[in-house]
Design a protein around this ligand. Structure first.
Ligand code: FAD
Length: 262
């Protein structure tokens, strides 16, 4: 069985992040890492295999992104994935969801997958739409936002937690699965895993390797356009209410009322 885990390389939220002049996210000039939510996807792919001891299951980590995006694949290999695929091509820069899902789907078709595992959202664009688009493109059922995954043979059952209820959903492989941050803590790569990852196979594909025309991707064919961005203003200091003459309570109530908290 082949499992493909989609792992996105995102700007590090704790470092400086910025936009390019055309309002696309700068992914080259900033520090990046494997999207934290995709660590859960890698973890669930590994657990899926561990629970099916003795079966021949290969896990491929796939990313679409610039040169540095290969780091996301490397982290997945260190965690335990068997091989990596990095799709990199200048024409992909600025791609929207539709183009991104096209490239991912073509790469998945090339590798072959019985199970595609994604995170619940990326930590940068947070669209939460790529898994659904992949399912449509690959002609597979989508079983999304899973917190618990069980499988036997070609049957997969997931639990999806909603605000007031939990759904149990069943599907037959091949499927596209996305997992939430409630699915279980992702493991840290061990020293052994880090060393082993250096020898694991890692393929690099261009658009032409996947049979994708460069005119189908990129900013110029995006279905929507980012027209403007504004940096969030720095936090201002809070207001301190002092109570030197017994008027503190009134001042506090006045402040809360002025903000419509009471
Ligand atoms: C007009 C427009 C312009 C844009 N320009 C840019 C741009 O210049 N540069 C840019 O990077 N983004 C750009 N984006 C955003 C880009 O389309 C999204 O980052 C991308 O489609 C993935 O969407 P998402 O991050 O919201 O994924 P989600 O739908 O939130 O992701 C869900 C899951 O899908 C998988 N996944 C998503 N993307 C990837 C990936 N690349 N590789 C592997 N797995 C993945 C992961 O498992 C992830 O957890 C643009 C969007 C629009 C609408």
């Amino acid at each position: 069985m082949n499992i493909v885990v989609c792992v996105k390389y995102v700007p590090d939220a704790t470092a400086d992040r910025k936009f390019e002049d055309d309002y696309t996210v700068d992914r080259v000039g900033v520090d990046g890492l494997l999207s934290e939510l995709d660590e859960y996807a890698v973890e669930q792919a590994l657990q899926f295999r561990e629970k099916r001891e003795g079966e021949d299951i290969e896990i491929t980590a796939l990313t679409v992104g610039p040169e540095k995006a290969v780091d996301a694949v490397r982290k997945a290999l260190q965690m335990g994935a068997d091989k990596g695929v990095h799709v990199v091509d200048d024409a992909i820069a600025g791609s929207d969801y539709i183009a991104t899902s096209l490239v991912l789907a073509k790469a998945i078709e090339k590798v072959g997958a019985d199970l595609v595992v994604c995170g619940m959202a990326s930590t940068d664009a947070s669209g939460s739409v790529v898994p659904a688009m992949l399912a449509e493109r690959l002609g597979m059922p989508q079983v999304t936002l899973a917190s618990v995954i069980e499988s036997q043979g070609d049957q997969v059952r997931i639990k999806r937690d909603n605000e007031g209820s939990t759904e149990v959903i069943g599907a037959t492989l091949p499927i596209v699965l996305s997992v939430t941050d409630q699915s279980g803590e992702a493991r840290y790569p061990s020293f052994k895993g880090i060393m082993a990852a250096k020898k694991k196979p890692l393929d690099t594909f261009s658009l032409s390797d996947l049979g994708v025309d460069a005119g189908q991707v990129g900013l110029s064919v995006a279905w929507s356009q980012v027209e403007d961005t504004t940096e969030r203003p720095p936090r201002t200091a809070g207001e301190i209410v002092t109570d030197e003459d017994g008027s503190g309570a009134d001042a506090l109530v006045g402040f809360l009322a002025s903000k419509k908290f009471i």
